[in-house]
Every structure is written in C-alpha cells, then in structure tokens.
Design a protein around this ligand. Structure first.
Ligand code: FAD
Length: 379
C-alpha cells in the first residue's frame, strides 16, 4: 500500500506510529473513560513537530506536505482519535488560516507558539442556531473606535477548555449575510470572553468540546484575520483542507478496528475452532479490508492533489465522505466479530465504534459533503 510514498513520508509514518504505540495506545481507554485530554502528550507532539506540520520552517513549523500530515493523522488516530482531534484542529483549522490569510505580524506572533505546542488553538464557526448553514451565524463584531466588540455564542468548539487562541467568525455587516462575515484572532484572556461547560459526548471523549460566550468582548483591529467580509470564504477554504485530516482520522479508526478484528478472530474459539476459520467471518474481514484500502487511496489522492497545487475540493469531500462512512461500517463489523465482548468497554472496538461516529458529522456533515461533490461536478 505504501508504493507511492517518498522516503520522508515513510519516515513520518514510522515515527508517528512509534509515538502512537508508545504514548497514546495505552492511555486512550483511560482518557475516554475519565473524559480527560492528554495535554502532556500534546506537548510532546508539539516537540516532535506534529502540531506545526503545515507551518513553514521560518515560523517554527516543519513545512511538511499534506500527504505526510494525512499519514500522521492516520497513525495517531489508530491509537487515539481523541488526541488526533486536537492535532487536527491545531494544524488544519487554526494554523492553516493563519498561514494562508494572516499578516506578517500575526504569523510571527502566533505561528511559532502554536507550532511548538506552547499554545493550543480552537476554531469557532458553529453556533447554537447555525452549523451546516454557517453563513447564518448570529455572533456580531461591531466596529468601535479602532477595534471591534464581539457579542454572541459559539457551540461545539473543540479544544475550547484549554486553547489559548481562538479563530472566531462573526458578522461585521449582518445585513450582508455570509458576505458580511469576518474572522478574528481572539486570545483566551480577552475581557468579555468566557468558555462554557464541557459537552458530555458519545465518542472522542478525550477531547474537549465547549460553548464560547462573547459579551462585549473588545478585539483590536490588528486581530482581524484576512479582509473584512472575507470570513465565510476563508472558513470554507479552511474546511476544504481540514477535511483531508478528518478523512485520515476516519481511516485510522477503521484500520484499528480491522486489526483488532483480525487478531480477535484468530484467538476466539467457537465450535472447536478459531472463528477466523468460518467463512462468514472471513468474508466480513475481507470486506472490511477492501473498504479500508479504498479509503486510504482516496485520502492519499486528495492530499496528493493538494500537494500538487491542483483543485482538490471534490477529492477532499469524497475522501471524507467515504472514509467516515466506512469507518462506521468497519467499526460496526468489528463489534460483531467480537460478539458480546465487542459491546464491553474493556475492548477497544467498543470505543472505536463510538469514536468513528463523529467523523460523519464534524467539518461538514456527510450530507454537506455530497452537496460539495455535486456542486464541483455541476459547476
Ligand atoms: C464533537 C464535536 C466537535 C465539533 N468541533 C467543532 C469546532 O471545533 N468548531 C466548530 O465551529 N464546529 C465544531 N463542531 C460543529 C459541527 O461542525 C457541526 O455540528 C456540524 O457542522 C453540523 O451542524 P449542526 O450540528 O448545527 O447540524 P445541522 O446543520 O442543524 O444539521 C442537522 C441535519 O440536517 C442536515 N442538513 C443540514 N443542511 C442540509 C442541506 N442543505 N442538505 C441536506 N442536509 C442538510 C445535516 O447533514 C444534518 O444531518 C463540532 C461538533 C461536534 C459534535
């Protein structure tokens, strides 16, 4: 499967796999059960460069390509999708827009701290009344003096409990709808800004998801990211790139479910033989592997097209759609292969089944992915 990878990409796979095995695999169950974020592991990921993969070296990152990033996301997700969620937000949703749209001053101020893991970031687009229809957001940023005043509520914001920097989307011209949305860099200590309660989630329970409240929060004009009114366009292009990371996360979860199933099927005895000897189980495993490998090709293709500077919007949506759907299917089959044990929290597949589910929802639901794929074909 690794036929098309460069030596450097292979190296990323090996080192991410080693780190995931040594650091994440063991603690993933405890993180899930205690709803704890692996902040120490995130610091180590920062030291290894995995929190600044797409950040150019001049700003403290490692300037890796999108395919290497996808490979790292896949490997980390095999062990702990909760931790890879934080990694994906940092790389795809926080650093990417600063690299793409930030001023020189903003890049110098924030990228080195984010890339090293000294600071963590969050991306705040979703609101209580707008998710898929993100352009209908209600948070406002009113011009006041030489800055803005933020008012509104954001919902389901990953990394919120501990993030130092928030990429926040708000309407500077509400009457212009999505064309009146702008983007701001808000530091945690900003007055009038508070982080709300932690959500109690089905899966990725070792990640943080909270509401954000802005009540007359002053933001200096220098914290505007990109141009006034360009926020919605920036959010969409950020999510286009981010989707490759979520597709890779889904792929990693599916790969883990497949591996668990193969080893369990070899060990578990029924009717005097290993269940792997039953053709029903063999067919299930064969279908699971076929789906995982097809998903991997789609993920790599989307990342490769991005690296070639080609239009990858449809490919990223296709990869996210397919990889997330098969992650749920493969995790479901893995639970089935484990029989009753698959339903018990002592077994990894129970967590994989729950963790897989979110990949069909965030960074654009799969219904939205289909809209994007159709739009790209019919445009
Ligand atoms: C754990 C978690 C972490 C998250 N992290 C973040 C984050 O860090 N930052 C952030 O900004 N957001 C985040 N989100 C929000 C996430 O991106 C949204 O939940 C998602 O985009 C869907 O929005 P919604 O929940 O409002 O659902 P809705 O938009 O209300 O959708 C409800 C249903 O209607 C369907 N639907 C909506 N519109 C259409 C349409 N036009 N055609 C067909 N079907 C449609 C949807 O597919 C879905 O099935 C997170 C969510 C969760 C659960």
């Amino acid at each position: 499967m690794d036929f098309a990878l460069t030596e450097e990409q292979e190296m990323f796979r090996r080192s991410a796999r080693d780190f995931a095995r040594a650091e994440l695999e063991e603690q993933a169950k405890e993180l899930d059960q205690s709803h704890r974020v692996a902040l120490d592991s995130l610091k180590k990921l920062g030291q290894l460069g995995y929190l600044g993969m797409g950040v150019p070296e001049t700003y403290g990152g490692i300037g890796a390509d999108a395919l290497s990033y996808a490979i790292v996301m896949e490997e980390l997700s095999r062990a702990c999708a909760s931790t890879s969620t934080a990694v994906s937000v940092q790389n795809s949703l926080v650093e990417h827009p600063i690299v793409e749209f930030g001023s020189e001053e903003q890049k110098r101020e924030y990228l080195p701290r984010l890339a090293s893991g000294e600071w963590m970031g969050a991306f705040a687009l979703t609101e209580p009344e707008s998710g898929s229809d993100a352009g209908a957001l209600k948070t406002t940023a009113q011009l006041q003096g030489d800055g803005y005043l933020l008012n509104g509520t954001k919902r389901f914001i990953t990394n919120a409990a501990f993030a130092d920097l928030f990429v926040v989307f708000a309407a500077t011209a509400p009457e212009q709808g999505k064309h009146g949305v702008s983007c701001f860099l808000v530091e945690r200590a900003a007055p009038g800004f508070t982080v709300g309660k932690e959500e109690d989630k089905m899966g990725i329970r070792g990640s943080s998801t909270c509401e954000l409240h802005f009540q007359g929060c002053p933001v200096p004009a220098g914290q505007l990211l990109g141009e006034v009114g360009a926020g919605f366009r920036m959010a969409l292009s950020t999510l286009d790139a981010g989707r490759i990371g979520i597709a890779a996360q889904a792929l990693g979860i599916a790969q883990a479910a497949l591996e668990e199933s193969v080893s369990y099927a070899r060990e578990r005895q029924a009717f005097g033989r290993a269940i792997a000897r039953f053709q029903a189980i063999q067919f299930l495993l064969a279908e699971m592997r076929t789906k995982v490998e097809a998903a991997r090709l789609l993920v790599y293709q989307a990342a490769w097209k991005k690296d070639q500077g080609q239009n990858y919007i449809a490919e990223a949506a296709i990869a996210k759609l397919y990889a997330s759907e098969i992650a749920s299917q493969v995790a479901d089959a893995a639970v089935q292969i484990h029989g009753g044990y698959g339903y018990i929290k002592d077994y990894k597949v129970e967590r994989l089944y729950r963790d897989a589910r979110i990949t069909r929802i965030y960074e654009g639901t799969n219904e939205i992915q289909k809209l994007i794929i159709a739009r790209e074909m019919l445009a």
